[in-house]
Write a protein that binds this ligand. Structure first.
Ligand SMILES: C[S@@+](CC[C@H](N)C(=O)[O-])C[C@H]1O[C@@H](n2cnc3c(N)ncnc32)[C@H](O)[C@@H]1O
Length: 301
């Protein structure tokens, strides 16, 4: 996933590349399949017998997945008060989430307006890195705990995978769940980043993290979890047309660069393009479809 240099949170050019990626990739649609297929049953178990429910979103971006999740939770437990705390490092995306930017696509207010349940939910905003949320919470010791914590497509960016998982797991209430959505093992992302680790794991992202790494970490901490793989592919044929703006934004996002064409030697670029076409994708009717499978991991309290 993309960020530039040492900045992990999505602003400026990185945000533009991300928005092109979202339009092309079906990434949100895959996350929404997790929401609709997996969460109804989970929410019933999480909320059973509780008088109020507290949700924490980490790296929520523009809130496009938070809004339907909160809607689902509220409709599963009508009348039960819900709070939502959001830890997101990008002020641009937090503004989109709050509805400060009047874009229909990125305004949760637009989503909230359609759903009276969500309008009543009080939000607490932490516009900061996860690490900066973690530090004072640990120091104070009196942590707010949560019934449901989610980290959707963001675990790549935290400084330390093991300590981050340990920290958020420690904030779960009785019967709570930590949901981590991450690129699946052997997905196109996994193949690209593991083949070109030396070139890509520089700056903000220093190690490759797919579902395999997350699951090893959960096992080493003795945590109970379930994994659901959500299949997804998308057409990346534009990446092979050097004149295509969309193709370039996708290549920038895949490689966490502002400019794919200026960031690598011609040999490395050719190797990456060959890998994207032949190892990360399948072909159909002359088009190239990238393997964008995601894994939804539910960690038990
Ligand atoms: C790939 S986006 C996913 C956003 C959202 N969950 C979604 O699915 O649309 C990653 C998000 O994590 C945020 N982020 C990156 N590093 C972070 C950190 N250390 N702490 C908090 N948020 C972070 C980025 O700003 C961005 O919004």
């Amino acid at each position: 996933m993309a960020a530039e240099e040492n900045q992990t949170c999505f602003e400026g050019r990185t945000l533009q590349n991300f928005q092109v990626y979202l339009e092309q990739s079906g990434d949100h649609e895959a996350s929404l399949r997790c929401v609709h297929n997996i969460l109804p049953g989970e929410f019933k178990r999480i909320g059973a017998g509780k008088s109020h429910l507290d949700v924490l979103g980490v790296g929520s971006g523009g809130g496009e997945i938070d809004a339907p999740m909160l809607t689902l939770l509220q409709s599963t437990f009508p009348g039960v008060p819900i709070t939502a705390d959001i830890v997101e490092g990008s002020s641009q995306l937090t503004d989109n989430f709050k509805g400060i930017n009047n874009s229909e696509r990125h305004s949760v207010i637009a989503l909230v307006a359609k759903t009276t349940n969500i309008q009543k939910i009080p939000f607490t905003w932490y516009t900061m890195h996860s690490e900066d949320y973690e530090r004072p919470v640990k120091e104070k010791g009196d942590m707010k705990t949560f019934d449901f914590i989610h980290m959707i497509q963001m675990i790549y960016f935290v400084d330390n995978l093991a300590s981050t998982i340990k920290f958020y797991h420690s904030l779960l209430k009785n019967n709570g769940r930590l949901m981590i959505i991450v690129e699946a093992d052997n997905s196109g992302w996994d193949v690209l980043w593991k083949t070109y680790t030396k070139e890509l794991c520089v700056g903000a992202i220093t190690e490759c993290r797919s579902s395999g790494e997350v699951i090893s970490c959960l096992k080493s901490q003795g945590l109970k979890y379930e994994e659901h793989v959500i299949p997804n592919t998308f057409d990346i044929t534009e990446c092979f047309n050097p004149k295509s703006q969309t193709g370039q934004c996708l290549l920038n996002f895949f490689t966490v660069k502002d400019n794919f064409y200026q960031s690598f030697t011609p040999e490395i670029r050719a190797g990456m393009l060959d890998l994207l076409r032949n190892e990360c994708s399948s072909k159909k009717d002359g088009r190239v479809f990238f393997n964008n499978n995601v894994s939804c991991i539910l960690v038990h309290a």
